[in-house]
Design a protein around this ligand. Structure first.
Ligand code: PGA
Length: 250
């Protein structure tokens, strides 16, 4: 059975003091999450170290929101996987739709990041999902298939054990328009089959999160679906109580 992972993508929100405060509130409530559910918090780069100190000794894990696929060098403004690893980061969100949209990241470029993160012993949370136009055109399956196959190219079965997928229909992110549980699960089943095609049985163990307006009031139904193994949470992760409500919904 894939592990249930609920990750909070804080995006570019919360200043340093607010991040420390939110992290400590998450730690405080984390004991009430359902058994076997892993909670992850993903603050901005500049707050990773402070948040790491706050969550030390708790079951809450640390994630980053991006990284650049080189160890060091002339890449102004970027942060490498080795730098994240040194802080104690365990998960790295890659290929979020906002990175694809505003920073023009391609599946091929994100594939380099996936390999970089794995090479540094961290776990990528690889995001995929279709745009509204793509869903309306009926090409959701083609788009997600291409994102999975190209973004995870040359990932071995052994490495796949450390990969997490987040299916986030772009039209559901931050919009309050959540995919219906059946609509989401249908794509999760597609992803599961693609993973098994890529790496065999190891694909059955990969956590596939749903993301896109997941909230306390819809989490239970979404997490009850056969192939939904967790959530990547934006807005609702900015309040510890809401985040916990999702973490205890399964
Ligand atoms: P949302 O964001 O929960 O605010 O829709 C999810 C995400 O972008 O990861």
């Amino acid at each position: 059975m894939p592990k249930t992972i609920i990750a909070g993508n804080w995006k570019m929100n919360k200043n340093l003091a607010e991040s420390v405060q939110l992290a400590s509130e998450v730690v405080k409530v984390s004991g009430k999450a359902s058994a076997g559910v892993e909670l992850v918090v993903c603050p901005v780069f500049t707050h990773l170290e402070a948040v790491k100190e706050v969550i030390k000794g708790s079951a809450v894990k640390l994630g980053a929101q991006n990284c650049y696929p080189a160890d060091s060098g002339a890449f102004t403004g970027e942060v490498s996987g080795s730098m994240l690893k040194a802080i104690g980061v365990e998960y790295v969100i890659l290929g979020h739709s906002e990175r694809r949209q505003y920073f023009h990241e391609s599946n091929e470029f994100i594939n380099k990041k996936v390999h970089h993160v794995l090479a540094h012993g961290m776990k990528p949370i690889y995001c995929v999902g279709e745009l509204l136009e793509e869903r309306e055109k009926g090409v959701t399956h083609q788009v997600v298939t291409e994102q999975i196959n190209a973004g995870l190219a040359n990932v071995t079965a052994d490495q796949m054990k450390n990969v997490v997928i987040a299916y986030e229909p772009v039209w559901a992110i931050g919009t309050g328009k959540v995919a219906s549980p059946e609509q989401a699960n249908e794509v999760h089943i597609l992803i599961r089959n693609l993973l098994v095609k890529l790496v065999g049985d190891a694909g059955k163990e990969v956590t596939i999160q749903y993301g896109g307006s997941m909230k306390p009031d819809n989490a239970k139904e979404l997490l009850a679906q056969s192939e939904i193994n967790g959530g990547l949470i934006g807005g609702a992760a900015l309040k510890a109580d809401d985040f916990l409500a999702i973490g205890s919904a399964k």
